[in-house]
Design a protein around this ligand. Structure first.
Ligand SMILES: [Zn+2]
Length: 349
């Protein structure tokens, strides 16, 4: 089993605390490059900004395996200046405007602190109490520091916290995948050539992964991500039957989502690996949503692809919650799977 402890959690903390809104992923990219370079046979930053790192195995008849995790997170882009320290903004990626009022953000490379302004309750009248505030009524207020400019990205100003068995942080989607991929890259079994794609722009349409798959042309691929758990009790006390995944049940293996029917050979292989190694796992409820697998599977002449995610609650909000053990089991499952891969796995049965 790969090493798992304080060093891995420290790396995840660094990854969650930097900001990398889609199209401006340099802060995560710099960490990734530093972590993978010592182990890589080849590292390249492609035209979109993804890190494409290759590490060759040592065995005969090696399988070419692409592992993908996305570096970007949802956030904001400054689109206009109103003066007086106030800026209009658009969301980048899927963000519910409900989550925004009163939240602190960092703007631009200088990390100018700001707040997404809200009208105080004392000044509200009529239906303002109950109405959803439209995005175009919100502003980022940087308090006259004047350092923001149009095109700057802004991200949630949340600090990583470890609380007992849980992690509270922003952008667990998908820094936990990035940290997993770094760990697997260091600890490579000899039977595979690992093509690691640290992709850009997943949150706005799986763009980096598409280019990465075309560059690597792998025999198979696994997208490593983090998926919403939605496992809270329902407000009316009835049983929650659409939980997607649940915290604490281990890595979530995908069968079908909004953009992919996952390769049945690889789904079966991951389940068999988990059962043989006694690693807990769960099947993500088939349904909407998706990962980079949607772009990878349909690249070139088609690539056998599956997804594995660490579950978390409160997706695309200022703070998400995941369990440390779910993450550890995800690393262990993927590591065990990589060790067991043979070319025969991909022969159609
Ligand atoms: Zn994601």
């Amino acid at each position: 089993m790969p090493t798992f402890g304080n060093a891995q959690l420290k790396l995840l903390e660094r990854l969650c605390n930097v900001i990398a809104i889609s199209g401006d992923e340099s802060e995560v990219r710099n960490i990734v490059l530093k972590e993978v370079k010592p182990y890589a046979d080849e590292v390249k930053v492609d035209a979109l900004g993804s890190v494409l790192a290759t590490r060759l195995g040592r065995g005969r008849k090696r399988t070419r395996v692409m592992l993908d995790a996305h570096m970007d997170e949802v956030g904001f882009m400054i689109v206009d200046e109103d003066g007086d320290g106030l800026y209009r903004f658009e969301t980048v990626g899927g963000i519910d405007v409900h989550h925004l009022v009163g939240k602190q953000v960092f703007v631009g490379k200088e990390r100018t602190p700001g707040v997404i302004g809200a009208k105080p309750i004392h000044l509200m009248n009529g239906d303002e109490y109950t109405r959803k505030v439209p995005l175009d009524a919100l502003r980022i207020d940087v308090g006259l520091s004047g350092k923001a400019k149009v095109g700057d990205r802004a991200g949630f100003a949340t600090r990583f916290r470890r609380v007992g068995p849980s992690i509270l942080a922003k952008s667990i989607d998908d820094r936990i995948g990035i940290a997993t991929l770094i760990q697997l890259f260091r600890d490579l079994p000899p039977n595979i050539d690992l093509c690691a794609a640290f992709s850009v722009q997943e949150e706005i349409g799986l763009r980096g992964a598409k280019v990465a798959a075309q560059y690597f042309n792998p025999d198979m691929a696994i997208a490593i991500d983090s998926t919403p758990a939605n496992d809270l009790p329902l407000h009316d006390g009835s049983e929650n039957m659409s939980y997607n995944t649940k915290l604490g049940l281990g890595p979530a293996i995908y069968i079908a989502d909004g953009s992919t029917l996952h390769d049945p050979r690889l789904v079966r292989f991951l389940r068999e690996t988990a059962e043989a190694e006694k690693i807990p796992y769960q099947i993500r409820q088939p349904g909407g949503g998706g990962t980079d697998s949607g772009a990878i599977q349909r690249s070139l002449a088609g690539i056998p692809t599956v997804s594995v995610s660490v579950p978390h609650r409160y997706t695309h909000s200022p703070v998400s919650i995941a369990r440390v053990d779910d993450w550890k089991h995800t690393i262990n499952l993927l590591h065990a799977a990589l060790k067991r891969i043979t070319p025969e796995l991909l022969i159609l049965r």
